[in-house]
Write a protein that binds this ligand. Structure first.
Ligand code: 6U4
Ligand code: NA
Ligand code: NA
Length: 179
């Protein structure tokens, strides 16, 4: 590949819940994700992250940079560099946009680990404090379970994911910076 396209993705959490958006059109349609998009010419990634968050969810937040992801797709002369941002507070009214339908999910620590299916000792589903659904990893990009738990744990992280022509993850690496 010859080009690196810059994107952003922003995640807002508050009181044990995480705000995601259901993507209604375009790239990643029908998947839940943070709010973000292309970094436009003349913008820094931090500026783009604030703009995209506002455009797609209606809110403003004190975003902090917390990670970098690098995606490689087959048959494309480009790779995607995504700066990930997080915030623990926001202002404004959460508003559905043409592109995203915002929805809160429960950040239950046990659910924040991929493949963990928390259950009480008697096998019944674990109760959530918020009454919200758990993070919908099965309706998110395939790489998300590898790094979202790092973000939720407050770590700084980086990773690379290579997707095959079947749309599945072929090869990946994700890691957190030492604390
Ligand atoms: P336009 O063309 O302006 O509507 P724009 O909003 O700039 O698009 P969009 O919505 O295509 O960009 O952005 C894609 C979003 O998806 C970015 O936030 C990055 C994110 N993304 C892309 N690949 C991803 C992946 N494999 N895992 C992930 N997020 C990904 O978690
Ligand atoms: Na977008
Ligand atoms: Na955009």
């Amino acid at each position: 590949f010859s080009k690196i396209k810059l994107y952003t993705n922003a995640f807002v959490r508050q009181d044990g819940k995480l705000l995601l958006g259901y993507k209604k059109r375009g790239f990643g349609k029908d998947l839940y994700n943070g709010f973000g998009g292309k970094v436009e010419p003349g913008e820094t990634p931090a500026q783009a992250a604030l703009r995209e968050l506002e455009e797609e969810s209606g809110i403003a937040a004190p975003l902090e940079h917390c990670g970098v992801l690098f995606f490689v797709l087959p048959d494309l002369e480009q790779a995607f560099h995504i700066d990930i941002f997080r915030a623990e507070e926001y202002s404004g009214a959460i508003t559905e946009s043409d592109e995203m339908r915002p929805q809160w999910f429960d950040i239950e620590p046990a659910y924040a680990t991929p493949n963990a299916k928390p259950a009480a000792a008697d096998g019944s589903p674990k109760e959530h404090n918020t009454g919200l659904p758990p993070i919908p990893y099965d309706q998110m990009w395939a790489d998300d379970p590898f790094w979202l738990p790092l973000m939720l744990a407050g770590r700084h992280f980086a990773g690379r994911a290579d997707f095959g022509s079947d749309g599945r993850l072929q090869k990946w690496w994700f890691g957190a910076k030492p604390v």
